[in-house]
Design a protein around this ligand. Structure first.
Ligand SMILES: Cc1cc2nc3c(=O)[nH]c(=O)nc-3n(C[C@H](O)[C@H](O)[C@H](O)COP(=O)(O)OP(=O)(O)OC[C@H]3O[C@@H](n4cnc5c(N)ncnc54)[C@H](O)[C@@H]3O)c2cc1C
Length: 373
């Protein structure tokens, strides 16, 4: 039977949308060209983090964090969830001032956070280098293993009757999509949740790939306890040009340490680049010198789908009839997946979402190119 909604892509976003739409009684099919959760979702660090660069980002990330806590409640180990909290590390007094401003914004939004001085910083994280000014501890942040969460969300949808179709969508067509084998899949509505690959189906979308590298160490339980991010991360994350790296370490529940992060525009080559890895490691060792003695097991890369204003595209694609967008989540799509799905489901199936949908509507960029195929 023809589905009400066909979702292109079974990353964390497509899987979360399948879950939310099927929960609202819609017949859902998901088309995936590769393994579930194998795109940017598998590359992501899985840091569930409240980000406050603007009010819309804070609303989306903090609401999604609440939805994550409900989702993992009672079964955190299925998602490899840990509520590790984030420490935004302030290198000097100027950054500590930035931490205070961040604390004011987050507290006003109801998030639990504390500015900490150097003594408390070193009590919490003794591996940090001497001479730092302090930081901001955000208690409610956490982490998951993203491909596992994607599979769990999709399995919930399948249990409600959704179908997973193996196929490579090569074009949007009137009333559905065309697959690489030439067949046509019909659907009432199509949701594009294919990450950076949405550009292959709708080249006019305001998206740009941003490549990132991650490394993972052997097991060193207790080496660090919180996600540690330099406050300068915000500058590097929002740069619109050039390559950048920032100190970003995560304690996996396995005892391994994830080392991030890098950002590069204008490349879709997924090869790991030794020069970029060296820059990331230098930065990480500047903050945690003992990291230099740890074994690194593996490095990988992924592509974030970045929009010009840093906010995702969630809602109808004004340029294509019966096509909806759920993409453009840049470096925050694991965190914001659940709120994205709630917002999209409320628009497509009716009902309430916990936050205002308007800042994320694709229509804010106007009605770009028009055409099928
Ligand atoms: C290095 C790195 C670190 C990150 N760290 C974090 C983090 O700590 N916290 C956080 O919140 N976010 C993080 N992110 C961002 C996050 O990973 C992404 O925003 C999120 O995974 C996007 O999910 P998605 O489902 O939109 O895309 P994807 O995971 O890329 O999923 C798209 C899916 O669509 C499929 N597909 C594509 N084209 C087609 C087609 N034509 N036909 C059929 N199937 C198709 C792909 O195979 C893929 O499975 C990070 C990203 C990177 C790259």
């Amino acid at each position: 039977m023809k589905p009400d909604v066909l979702i292109v892509g079974a990353g964390i976003i497509g899987a979360a949308c399948a879950d939310a739409l099927s929960a609202r009684g819609l017949r859902v099919a998901v088309v995936e060209r590769d393994a579930v959760g194998s795109g940017a979702t598998a590359a992501g660090m899985g840091h569930l983090v409240a980000m406050d660069d603007n009010a819309a980002e804070l609303a989306l990330s903090s609401h999604s964090l609440e939805l994550w806590r409900e989702l993992v409640d009672g079964q955190p180990q299925r998602h490899e969830y840990s509520r590790c909290g984030t420490i935004w590390v302030a290198a000097d007094d100027e950054e500590l001032e930035a931490a205070r401003a961040k604390a004011a914004t987050m507290s006003a939004h109801g998030l639990q956070c504390d500015v900490i001085g150097a003594p408390d910083l070193y009590k919490l994280e003794p591996q940090l280098r001497p001479g730092l000014a302090g930081g901001l501890l955000v208690q409610g942040d956490g982490l998951v293993y993203p491909p596992k969460s994607a599979r769990i969300l999709l399995a919930r949808a399948v249990a409600r009757g959704a179908t997973l179709i193996e196929g490579d969508v090569v074009a949007l067509e009137e009333g559905g999509v065309r697959l690489a084998d030439g067949s046509h899949l019909s659907a009432g509505q199509v949701v594009l949740a294919a990450g950076t690959r949405c550009l292959g189906l709708a080249p006019d979308l305001p998206l740009r790939p941003k490549k990132g590298h991650i490394m993972i160490t052997d097991r060193y339980p207790g080496f660090i306890r919180h996600q540690l991010v330099e406050l300068g991360y915000i500058k590097s994350a929002h740069a619109s040009d050039g390559d950048s790296v920032a100190f970003n370490l995560q304690p996996r529940p396995t005892g391994q340490v994830l080392i991030g992060s890098s950002r590069q525009f204008d490349t879709t080559d997924l090869a790991a680049e030794p020069a970029m890895m060296a820059r990331m490691l230098r930065r990480a060792v500047e903050y945690t010198p003992a990291l230099a003695g740890l074994n690194i097991l593996r490095c990988w890369t992924g592509l974030r789908a970045a929009t010009p204003d840093g906010l995702p595209l969630i809602g109808p694609d004004l340029a294509r009839r019966d096509v909806w967008l759920a993409t453009g989540h840049e470096g925050l799509g694991i965190t914001t997946s659940l709120a994205t799905a709630e917002l999209l489901a409320a628009q497509m199936a009716g009902g309430q979402a916990g936050i205002d949908a308007r800042p994320y509507l694709p229509g804010r960029f106007g009605e770009r190119g028009r055409a099928y195929g």
